[in-house]
Design a protein around this ligand. Structure first.
Ligand SMILES: *Cc1c(COP(=O)(O)O)cnc(C)c1O
Length: 468
């Protein structure tokens, strides 16, 4: 069946620099593609965040934005879309997903502590997630709480086939709650899809089971929703009983297994900037969210966004659950994954929603973890073909804060993130060719060492040197 869902209307030129220029550019940015200028990149698979192509309806919506400081028409449009898609009526817009996290997590910890007796204030609070996204973990930790991950074991094995590798291990979840005491768990965070595990989906059954456990212990469930629509598509494809349901019906059910949600609108809703924090019932919590929104983001009807961004997001939310679009989206990622597998490139299987993860440790076995095989492969992709992508492994993981020793990641990965509605299959086939050429000379590729290593979140600004 043909699955074309759109055609191109606006174009942005790209050029491939010569090999010697690419060599120079990579050297100049300290062998860290984060530092490359986008004009020097040919195919940019660095991230799927904020990089999607807007639709004609979204471009039109930008012109309709109402820039009133309060009570804007654009806010009303967004409220309609939020209620239609998620069924939640109490919400604020935020400048990004992390804006929502910054407001919500301290309030949940405060609420938990208020529920405890005076003599119990020192007990450590925790959040338990299938897997905390990095900014989510950072905001949890900034409140003084602990961020625990309880994803199922299969998620860590790139070669095991499992339809829902993003699932929470419910046995482990219960064990953690019982061990720490329910009065120490400030919230359970379901990340859909599970970004850090390669965009792997969470099943409806798992969302339901986790919600039942949470209600038993009276713990709130937060749905971290960046890729909620891709998750719903996987449920439709892979979970018994959902094949005939519409994406919207599936999303509506998913959000009954949550009490609140944070959303990075830069992912599935395909806007360049924006986020949402929504709450199902808790009016008291919502009142506090409103107050903190004004302090941090701006008045509750604009939350750090221009009216036109809000209007554009109102449209993007509806387009995110459009099944024709989603089919084209997921099939493109699947097609890309299939070609890579046929070319003998080791990738995580099954492929997730928004990215392909290459097992760089398997592809470059001669490079030890502390010389960063994932980063070596990312650099080679730029040298060989002008392709930019990101390392997800020991380079990203960093050092043990206590001993200063390099931590060793469970897997050394290179992530090819696919922006939405941006590249053609032919362009992705070019990336397959580049990787095939790299594979043929894999043993000649060097590992890396630091020239400059920042103390915090080093992967953004670090400079490296190839080890000769
Ligand atoms: C991107 C992302 C966030 C943070 O959102 P920003 O818009 O980048 O601030 C949070 N959670 C998940 C799962 C994400 O993918």
């Amino acid at each position: 069946m043909a699955d074309f869902a759109f055609k191109v209307k606006t174009v942005e030129p790209i050029t491939l620099l010569s090999k010697s220029e690419r060599k120079r550019k990579l050297m100049e940015c300290g062998y860290n593609p984060f530092g490359l200028k986008s004009r020097d990149v040919y195919i940019d698979l660095h991230t799927d965040s904020g990089t999607g192509a807007l639709s004609q309806d979204q471009w039109a919506a930008l012109m309709l934005g109402d820039e009133a400081y309060s009570g804007s028409r654009s806010f009303d449009e967004l409220a309609k879309s939020v209620e239609t898609v998620f069924g939640y009526t109490k919400f604020i817009p935020t400048h990004q997903g992390r804006g929502a996290e910054k407001i919500l997590y301290p309030l949940l910890v405060k609420k938990l502590k208020e529920g405890r007796g005076h003599h119990q204030q020192d007990k450590k609070s925790v959040f338990i997630s299938n897997f905390h996204f990095d900014t989510t973990a950072a905001h949890v930790e900034l409140t003084g709480a602990l961020a625990l991950n309880c994803v199922i074991r299969e998620a860590y094995d790139t070669q095991t086939e499992h339809p829902f590798k993003g699932n929470m291990d419910t046995g482990k979840l219960k064990a953690e709650i019982n061990e720490r005491g329910a009065d120490c768990v400030a919230g359970i965070i379901m990340t859909v899809t599970c970004n850090s595990m390669g965009g792997q989906p969470v099943s409806m059954q798992n969302m339901k089971d986790v919600y039942e456990i949470a209600k038993h212990y009276d713990i709130p469930v937060i749905i971290d929703s960046a890729r909620f629509a891709e998750n719903a598509y996987f449920i439709k494809q892979r979970e018994a009983g959902y094949g005939d349901k519409s994406i919207q019906t599936i999303v509506t059910e998913m959000y009954q297994y949550g009490d609140m949600m944070t959303l990075s609108a830069k992912k599935d809703p395909m806007v360049n900037i924006g986020g949402i924090l929504a709450i199902r019932d808790d009016m008291d919590l919502y009142r506090q969210v409103e107050m903190m929104c004004i302090v941090n983001e701006g008045f509750v009807s604009y939350g750090g966004l221009a009216g036109r961004d809000i209007q554009c997001l109102a449209v993007g939310l509806l387009e995110a659950v459009d099944e024709n679009y989603l089919r084209a989206r997921i099939r493109q990622v699947e097609h890309f994954g299939r070609l890579l597998k046929e070319a003998g490139i080791p990738i995580q299987t099954p492929v997730g929603g928004h990215a392909i993860f290459i097992d760089a440790g398997a592809m470059l076995p001669h490079i030890p973890a502390h010389q960063f095989p994932g980063q070596a492969l990312a650099n080679e992709l730029y040298l060989e073909g002008g392709v930019r992508c990101a390392e997800i492994g020991s380079f990203l993981l960093g050092r043990d804060p206590e001993t200063g020793e390099q931590k060793e990641s469970e897997c050394e990965l290179t992530r090819l993130a696919i922006p939405r509605r941006v590249y053609s299959n032919e362009q992705l086939e070019y990336v397959v060719d580049v990787l095939t050429r790299i594979k043929a000379k894999a043993e000649t590729i060097p590992g890396y060492d630091f020239e400059y290593e920042p103390a915090l979140l080093r992967h953004f600004l670090a400079r490296l040197l190839p080890i000769t």
